[in-house]
Design a binder for this molecule. Structure first.
Ligand code: CTP
Ligand code: MG
Length: 232
């Protein structure tokens, strides 16, 4: 694939997984004898992306290289870079390696159920639209609560989507957005990449219907759900 530069996937695996309450970060917990991180790397390996940039903690770089990338023969990983304290700093470090890249897909390694076909669809979508994110309409009613835990607003459900990854952007757009974030000393509460583009580039990001199976493994019961979806 070579439409206006390479297509690069940044796979984020530098979190500590606090909400999982396990000894090791959740991306290294095993499902069917393979670490969670393996599944996303394998999906991108099979997809049309040209290269993969893996972002991990410094102390896990050797483990990732030997026990996942080399062991399972993942060939598209060109860089393994150190992450930062927050997810957005991990993204920023990953973006710094994207020099010849035309399009960037940013993916949470904690979403092991991502499908190869969906990745390829997102690449076609970003070539047309320039900035898009995966998501699904919420199934539950969502409430805004105050500090005391009382509901104060119930936004109409038809406008509410749960955001997933990959989030996909023209490389120039996402790199500029993150440069502006980097230079903004007041920045905070950044939980996805689309909001960085929306905020700093004054640009809307297209919501693309994803798959309810593309869960983020976050808390212990999610391990059981991932096992079911990864069985196929
Ligand atoms: N991530 C990262 N660098 C960070 C924080 C998160 O690369 N400083 C990655 C995680 O490894 C994960 C993805 O971003 O694949 C989504 O983050 P999240 O689900 O919040 O993972 P953690 O931050 O590890 O978990 P928790 O918030 O429960 O501590
Ligand atoms: Mg987190």
């Amino acid at each position: 694939m070579n439409i206006m530069g390479k297509v690069t996937a940044i796979v984020l695996a530098a979190g500590k997984g606090n909400r999982m309450h396990s000894e090791i970060p959740k991306q290294y917990l095993e499902v069917y004898n393979k670490p969670i991180l393996y599944y996303a790397l394998h999906a991108f390996e099979q997809s049309q992306v040209d290269n993969i940039v893996l972002v991990t903690r410094q102390e896990d770089i050797a483990y990732c290289k030997e026990q996942i990338i080399d062991k399972y023969g993942i060939q598209k990983v060109t860089d393994i870079v150190q992450g930062g304290e927050e997810r957005y700093w991990s993204v920023y470090n990953g973006l710094k390696t994207c020099r010849e890249t035309g399009y960037v897909l940013i993916h949470d390694s904690a979403r092991p159920c991502i499908g190869v076909e969906r990745i390829n669809e997102m690449i076609e979508e970003v070539v047309r639209i320039g900035a898009c994110t995966f998501g699904v309409p919420v199934k539950d009613t969502i409430k805004v609560v105050n500090e005391d835990g009382y509901g104060i607003d119930t936004p109409p459900r038809r406008y509410l989507w749960q955001i997933q990854t990959p989030q996909v952007f023209e490389a120039g757009l996402i790199k500029e957005a993150y440069e502006r974030l980097y230079n903004d000393t007041t920045a905070g509460n950044i939980t996805d990449d689309a909001m960085v583009v929306e905020h700093y580039m004054d640009r809307t990001v297209k919501m693309t219907m994803a798959d309810y199976k593309n869960i983020k493994v976050t808390t212990p019961e999610d391990m059981d759900i991932a096992r079911i979806f990864l069985k196929a």
